[in-house]
Design a protein around this ligand. Structure first.
Ligand code: FES
Length: 154
């Protein structure tokens, strides 16, 4: 990644892209989602402060571990004066996300364990296919209805 001289305080979108490794389209997307911000020059070109580099690194690191953009945006918005996250911020926030990641890993493990039932099947049944209905929502609704019916009858 190309270094940006310290005397440069603002970056073009191309410089931010080259330095962060994020595609220009991704940077525009992050900006549209409120994850980074820029000012516009008189020629309507974007200019980012240097700390946008750290914000982009934060966003990309969080995305790599599967944190949804809305969660990342909330985390950034929750920092005092929406400052750029520090090392301590990342440590604290990533610790908070651990439970969410653990739950997702467990769910993926369950999906993996049941994938063999789906190979060559293609039914994608909401009642029997774990890939179609990984949380077994219908099954829970059915058993809940049955339970309620049983209570009324019983
Ligand atoms: S596709 Fe048939 S069980 Fe999943």
């Amino acid at each position: 990644m190309p270094q940006i001289p310290v005397k440069i305080h603002e970056l073009t979108v191309g410089q931010l892209s080259a330095r962060s490794g994020a595609a220009v389209s991704a940077l525009h997307f992050y900006e549209a989602k409120g994850l980074i911000s820029s000012r516009r020059t008189s020629g309507n070109q974007r200019r980012y402060t240097r700390d946008a580099l750290r914000r982009v690194a934060f966003v990309r690191a969080a995305q790599r571990v599967g944190i949804p953009l809305a969660t990342i945006r909330d985390a950034l918005a929750g920092l005092p004066e929406e400052r750029t996250p520090t090392r301590e911020d990342w440590a604290r926030l990533s610790e908070n996300w651990r439970a969410e990641l653990d739950a997702r890993i467990q769910q993926l493990g369950r999906l993996r364990d049941h994938l063999t039932d789906c190979i060559g099947c293609g039914c994608l049944s909401l009642e029997t296919c774990v890939l179609s209905n990984p949380d077994d929502v219908i099954g829970e609704q059915i058993s809940g209805s049955r339970l309620m019916g049983e209570k009324k009858r019983g």
